[in-house]
Write a protein that binds this ligand. Structure first.
Ligand SMILES: Nc1ncnc2c1ncn2[C@@H]1O[C@H](COP(=O)(O)OP(=O)(O)OP(=O)(O)O)[C@@H](O)[C@H]1O
Ligand SMILES: [Mg+2]
Length: 239
């Protein structure tokens, strides 16, 4: 059954048709990859699902609820968390406090004694435990991506949407990250919707891949089928 569904989503920015009648589904418990060339509309699709942008046309249904055009905080409370392609932590706050914001937002009743250990758990889950008291502005790009994931997890989502979290990682770090994300799915029962240019990671982790090209769905299939498809090769992989 689909946890998340988009129906005929279209979005225009001035003269740019970013999405055209996009239909897609993300099955509960799956890891679904979203790939395609630069400017294909991937982040725009995430922005619409997460409520950061109103869609031009079409509907988004999450867990049986129509969420189209709802404010981001409501969509988050329903159980969707996302990371940003360009990370945006609260730079002056520590890593621990950054994660705490996500917890307290959901549980305003909690004091530091309660949220401290909770936030620490999420930081440790992404390997940032040692940097808990460091201001977020001092993190490098990779650490900022990890902090994004910790903040997203702290909202206790059903669906985690990742926007290019592997950029800048070496081969071994990519392996670790893929293991970590698969673990999240397996142990927390999370569903993952994942934009990634690192094809090796999508090949290993995803059960299904959606290919966007120029705002349209070019293909949906298993990773194996997608990388062997002539249209996908010429629109994306061949370049
Ligand atoms: N807020 C915006 N205002 C105007 N144009 C936008 C806006 N957001 C995206 N676009 C345009 O919409 C198109 C799709 O952009 P989008 O960021 O969704 O692509 P993408 O698939 O995420 O690309 P990338 O792989 O480079 O991240 C591009 O032409 C982009 O310039
Ligand atoms: Mg993008």
């Amino acid at each position: 059954m689909a946890l998340l569904e988009g129906r005929r989503l279209s979005k225009r920015f001035g003269g740019v048709q970013a999405l055209t009648e996009v239909d897609f589904a993300v099955e509960a418990g799956a890891i679904v990859g979203l790939i395609g060339p630069n400017g294909a509309g991937k982040t725009t699709l995430f922005n619409i699902v997460a409520g950061a942008l109103p869609p031009g046309e079409g509907q988004v249904v999450f867990d049986g609820w129509p969420i189209t055009g709802k404010p981001a905080f409501r969509i988050c409370r329903r159980g969707i968390a996302r990371t940003f392609q360009v990370t945006r932590p609260f730079g002056e706050m520590t890593c621990l406090e950054n994660v705490a914001v996500a917890i307290v937002n959901r549980r305003p009743d909690l004091g530091r004694a309660a949220w401290g250990p909770m936030a620490m758990e999420y930081l440790e889950a992404v390997g940032l435990g040692a940097l808990a008291e460091t201001a977020a502005k001092h993190l490098n790009v990779i650490q900022k991506k990890r902090l994004e994931i910790a903040r997203a997890l702290a909202t206790e989502p059903k669906l985690l949407m990742l926007d290019e979290v592997l950029g800048g990682l070496n081969t071994q770090e990519i392996q670790e990250a893929v293991g970590f994300i698969r673990d999240l799915r397996d142990t927390r029962g999370l569903t993952v919707f994942w934009i990634e240019h690192v094809m090796g990671a999508i090949m290993q982790a995803a059960e299904k891949v959606i290919v966007l090209d120029q705002g349209r769905v070019l293909m949906v299939g298993t990773p194996k089928a997608v990388v062997a498809d002539e249209r996908v090769i010429s629109a994306y992989l061949g370049t």
